[in-house]
Write a protein that binds this ligand. Structure first.
Ligand SMILES: NC(=O)c1ccc[n+]([C@@H]2O[C@H](COP(=O)([O-])OP(=O)(O)OC[C@H]3O[C@@H](n4cnc5c(N)ncnc54)[C@H](OP(=O)(O)O)[C@@H]3O)[C@@H](O)[C@H]2O)c1
Length: 435
């Protein structure tokens, strides 16, 4: 019976899970595949480290070149993380004729153009199901199941750490700092949580979903990315009063002028909508296809075994194609002819906005604020005035606007900031009604 060798670069959280499945589920895999997968080599830095799963010691190496370029290993699985040496190793593996599976969203979001191009040139597989939304098979759905659709929009909750923090802030009134500390204690957040809480991790994933949906791979630096660190318990209380829940939502769509509208920011969603009900560390993606209508997928976005499950899907698919001599069947991004769509400026985005002003409690203040908003074409849908807030030295006034152009709104807020009656910076949260 044929055996297909697999080499693993990395034996951390995800690598240990993949090694465990290949070794412990060998019989199941053989029954399903009709041939066997063999873990041929595993590379890590510290061979004596204690692991969640320990493969046989004779498989271990500290030299990635025992795997990359090795003609006996047709499938290289990159689970080291980071940009280098991962980039160099992935490019070398493709150039050597090896197929690559990776979970490294930071690598693909940063060096995707070069890496996807190399995979096309070398006619090698480059699969990355685990790089977006962990166990949820969204890459396959976009690349294959929905391939005949014009994709109209993609919405996602793509980071479990922030979703857990937001859920605790929504349901239990925790401050951001308290919810973050708890997430770190549970192992849901890293010691340095910047990548998650500032939105970069989810933004990396959004670039990949966008590339699959529209054939154009944007750069994170080209669109609006805003994390959750400035949200306060008052925002969640006001959102609930207005019938909304706050989520860190990833959004991409193409407007009528063919521009890519892509953004990642805290978003108010109607309570009871599918996305608003995705809680804890769960991830979710909603894709709107012209023919398919709305597809909604939800599941574990990270963790050793859910992520390993997605990596294994890619390994198995590559091995099957290899066996039948037909790899690669589908280009890495699902498009043979990539395009470069212009990214719409955030200034031109039109949305409804939630605004929280803190003002001196005196007559005429509300009239001054609404006058400024009105003079910039922003009409008010609802206003709620709260009690005096001694912490902020004023009265909180919450305003929900009708849809407005973002540039007009920011100009109005800059003008309002000059009013003597404002005692604290105004908070802005975008409102999305589509999901
Ligand atoms: N963790 C998740 O839930 C999750 C979910 C989705 C995607 N991902 C992605 O999956 C990838 C791996 O994540 P992870 O959480 O498994 O990372 P991790 O726990 O930090 O593991 C990284 C592994 O790579 C090895 N490594 C790193 N640099 C190396 C080098 N220069 N030479 C040899 N070995 C090296 C490390 O060796 P030592 O152990 O000896 O240091 C370690 O075994 C990342 O791209 C991540 O973004 C992770």
């Amino acid at each position: 019976m044929t055996t297909i060798n697999v080499g693993l670069l990395g034996l951390g959280t995800v690598g240990s899970g993949v090694a465990k499945i290949i070794i412990e589920e060998a019989n199941l895999l053989t029954q399903k595949l009709g041939f066997s997968l063999k873990l041929a080599k595993v590379c890590a830095r510290n061979l004596s480290a204690s692991r969640a799963y320990n493969p046989p010691a004779d498989l271990l190496t500290t030299d990635p070149m025992d795997i990359v370029g090795n003609p006996d290993i047709p499938i290289v699985v990159e689970l080291m993380g980071g940009l280098e040496p991962a980039r160099t190793l992935v490019l070398k593996a493709l150039s050597s004729g090896q197929h690559v599976v990776t979970a490294n969203k930071a690598l693909l979001a940063t060096h995707g153009q070069e890496i996807f191009q190399k995979a096309l040139e070398t006619s090698r597989e480059l699969k990355f199901e685990a790089a977006v939304a962990g166990a949820i098979p969204i890459i396959r759905v976009l690349k294959e199941g929905l391939t005949a659709n014009r994709i109209q929009s993609v919405f996602g909750i793509l980071n479990g750490t922030t979703n857990h923090i937001l859920t605790r802030m929504t349901q239990d009134g925790l401050t951001f700092q308290a919810a973050l500390a708890e997430a770190q204690e549970f192992g849901y957040a890293e010691a340095d949580p910047t990548n998650d809480v500032e939105g970069f991790d989810a933004a990396h994933k959004l670039t990949l979903l966008t590339a699959l949906a529209y054939g154009s791979l944007p750069k994170v630096a080209d669109f609006h990315v805003e994390g959750i660190t400035k949200l306060e318990p008052e925002d969640f209380a006001a959102a609930a009063e207005f019938g909304y829940v706050i989520k860190l939502l990833a959004i991409s769509t193409v407007d009528q002028d063919g521009r890519l509208e892509i953004r990642l920011h805290p978003t108010m969603l109607p309570k009871g909508s599918l996305m608003a009900e995705v809680n804890g560390v769960m991830n979710a993606v909603m894709v709107r296809g012209e023919a398919s209508g709305d597809i909604f997928l939800s599941g574990a976005g990270a963790g050793m075994m859910p992520t390993a499950s997605a990596v294994m899907g890619d390994i198995v698919e590559t091995a099957r194609d290899l066996r039948s001599g037909s790899a690669p069947q589908v280009p890495a991004l699902g498009w043979r002819n990539a395009q470069t769509l212009a990214v719409k400026s955030q200034d031109d985005v039109r949305l409804a906005y939630f605004l929280r002003f803190t003002v001196i409690d005196k007559p005429g203040v509300l009239a001054a604020i609404s006058g400024i908003l009105g003079s910039h074409n922003i009409s008010i849908a609802r206003v709620v005035q709260k009690d005096h807030d001694p912490k902020r030295g004023g009265v909180v006034v919450v305003i929900l606007t009708h849809e407005a152009r973002e540039k007009d709104l920011l100009t109005a807020l800059a003008e309002a900031a000059k009013l003597d009656s404002l005692t604290a910076p105004t908070r802005l949260i975008r409102v999305e009604k589509l999901v």
